[in-house]
Ligand binder design. Structure first.
Ligand SMILES: CC(C)(COP(=O)(O)OP(=O)(O)OC[C@H]1O[C@@H](n2cnc3c(N)ncnc32)[C@H](O)[C@@H]1OP(=O)(O)O)[C@@H](O)C(=O)NCCC(=O)NCCS
Length: 166
């Protein structure tokens, strides 16, 4: 296996990291995480327990991928985008990891900078989430969504070109 981990990053036990994946500065990859080949994690990325990340994913600075989130292949997570895994959190009444609400990010999807993905939804393959959007429902394949709450404003192709504007 040939991957790169910067010395400032921590990798817990029982983690699998694929070939040619690069984990840059101040990252923490937690127990049981599975990361595919050719991925890149920027600065200050956290991958929580048991998270599964496919091949060729690009995760920009300051992203936490919480337990319950799955990234399929070729996913782009823009800087400081936010995942969640509990719809109604309380500090004094933690629900435990068996009750985390799942999120799936489909193959080739892109999440813009500072977007928030409310848990329990699927981002369709090659969907595009605008910067700052708050996703509160499933996103269809190839849809471009923006705003709070996010609405479909167009459609994109596999390369990310906007092919339809609504
Ligand atoms: C959503 C996005 C793809 C739209 O691109 P675009 O269509 O070329 O953008 P335009 O400037 O032509 O804007 C089209 C309209 O969408 C609006 N818009 C653009 N980006 C928006 C956003 N993030 N949220 C809400 N509305 C947005 C514009 O205000 C404009 O509205 P109007 O027609 O009422 O004037 C782009 O703005 C975006 O957010 N990309 C993500 C960038 C990013 O986070 N990259 C991360 C890696 S650095």
């Amino acid at each position: 296996m040939s991957y790169y981990i910067h010395e400032s990053s921590y990798i817990d036990e029982d983690v699998l990291i694929g070939d040619n994946t690069k984990i840059w500065y101040f990252c923490h990859i937690q127990k049981g995480a599975r990361i595919g080949n050719n991925c890149s994690m920027g600065q200050n990325v956290n991958v929580s327990n048991n998270v599964i990340i496919g091949n060729n994913c690009r995760i920009q600075n300051n992203v936490s991928i919480y337990e319950g989130v799955t990234l399929e292949d070729d996913v782009f997570c823009g800087p400081s985008c936010v995942f969640t895994n509990d719809l109604t959190p309380r500090a004094s009444f933690p629900k435990g990891n068996k009750n985390y609400v799942k999120t799936v990010v489909g193959k080739g999807a892109s999440i813009g900078a500072n977007a928030t993905i409310v848990c329990g939804h699927k981002l369709g393959k090659y969907s595009m989430i605008a910067a700052g959007a708050v996703v509160t429902r499933d996103v269809p394949d190839f849809a471009l969504v923006a705003g709070v709450p996010a609405e479909i404003i167009g459609y994109v192709n596999e390369q990310g070109d906007i092919v339809t504007r609504l």
